[in-house]
Design a protein around this ligand. Structure first.
Ligand SMILES: NC(=O)c1ccc[n+]([C@@H]2O[C@H](COP(=O)([O-])OP(=O)(O)OC[C@H]3O[C@@H](n4cnc5c(N)ncnc54)[C@H](OP(=O)(O)O)[C@@H]3O)[C@@H](O)[C@H]2O)c1
Length: 311
């Protein structure tokens, strides 16, 4: 059964977004349909390869952005177990799938988990990409150990805020870069040292680093290699790393993957008050294109912007 859904934001070209209508998606075998209540905004997504290309490499038109969400299960496809219709969930869907800036989206059960019960949908939608990227970078890729020294570049960003908190909880010595308005916040969240990247040269202040978690890229990453100990590890998520010609950078870049197990662990931390998230601004669907164009007023100046589609 399909219904017309008029709350659908899509990208016809590389950077312009428009409101449109699409059939309500029906979950196939092994899929679930989500009634989206809120979707996270990653502005760089409009330039990513899957936004303009299909998996087969052919041009893609009218891609719906936003691949992290909080909502409720609207329908279950054949062979899906472990979830019930109406259950609140949060998570991600595939970059090549139609995204969550719409009333409904499809995903796989392994890419979602029960929504943290203490959070609103808007708060929960800030989490999947930021927290999973931080978790996977620190623990799966860098294998951060308690007592190690970690340098988080972009410590007040949507990913960096989680990286600082998770590294601190893990018993690491956390050094972060951020700018003046967010220095205190990053310190309160667990950074032992916060360096204002606009007024100081971190490369003169930092040494003997076990793990660099780079969310900034470019010169910041280039200047960080010499700060690593002999056995130190770099992880970079910055978009420019994907197209970098530096083999070291290419080797240390990764793209976040959905993980139900990690989303469950992250929800436990959030519900226990051991991990905090920040809604930079929550805007209704009719301001979604402005959110991607970064022309909406920010509420906090840090954290993630979300688009709300239902209460
Ligand atoms: N590979 C992946 O799987 C993956 C996943 C998520 C995100 N990403 C990418 O990772 C990057 C960060 O994402 P995000 O969502 O965290 O972005 P964000 O919320 O916009 O945060 C970026 C942060 O970097 C800070 N910053 C800017 N220039 C800096 C510098 N020279 N030194 C230190 N900090 C600096 C900004 O601080 P001010 O605002 O104070 O300047 C801001 O707090 C983006 O390029 C995004 O596309 C990749």
């Amino acid at each position: 059964m399909t219904h017309e859904s008029d709350a659908t934001l899509s990208i016809p070209g590389r950077i312009s977004l428009h409101r449109g209508r699409a059939p309500q998606p029906t979950p196939g075998k092994g899929e679930v349909s989500i009634h989206v209540h809120a979707a996270g905004v990653n502005v760089t997504e409009v330039d990513w390869y899957p936004t303009t290309h299909t998996k087969a490499g052919t041009p893609r038109e009218n891609a719906i952005p936003g691949h992290e969400f909080s909502g409720v299960i609207a329908a279950l496809g054949e062979d899906v177990t472990g979830f019930t219709i109406g259950q609140p969930v949060y998570g991600m869907n595939d970059w090549f799938a139609e995204g969550a800036t719409a009333e409904f989206c499809l995903t796989q059960p392994a890419s979602i988990a029960p929504k943290p019960v203490t959070l609103t949908h808007a708060e929960a939608a800030t989490i999947p990409i930021g927290a999973l990227t931080a978790w996977q970078g620190l623990f799966d890729h860098a294998r951060l150990q308690p007592g190690e020294r970690v340098l988080v570049h972009g410590g007040a960003g949507a990913v960096g805020l989680f990286a600082v908190q998770l590294a601190h909880r893990h018993g690491a010595h956390v050094i972060a870069t951020a700018s003046t308005p967010t220095l205190d916040l990053v310190k309160q969240l667990g950074a032992d040292v916060v360096i204002d990247y606009k007024t100081a040269r971190f490369q003169d202040l930092v040494h003997d680093i076990d793990v660099v978690f780079d969310t900034v890229g470019g010169e910041t990453r280039d200047l960080s290699w010499p700060l690593l100990k002999h056995q130190g590890r770099m992880v970079t998520i910055a978009g420019d790393a994907e197209t970098s010609t530096d083999p070291r950078t290419k080797d240390h870049f990764f793209i976040v993957e959905p993980s139900q197990t990690q989303l469950i662990e992250i929800a436990k931390l959030l519900d226990a008050g051991s991990l905090k998230t920040f809604v930079n601004a929550a805007v209704p669907f009719d301001q979604a294109a402005s959110a991607y164009a970064k022309t909406i007023p920010q509420k906090l100046g840090y954290g993630k912007v979300v688009i709300t589609l239902a209460d």
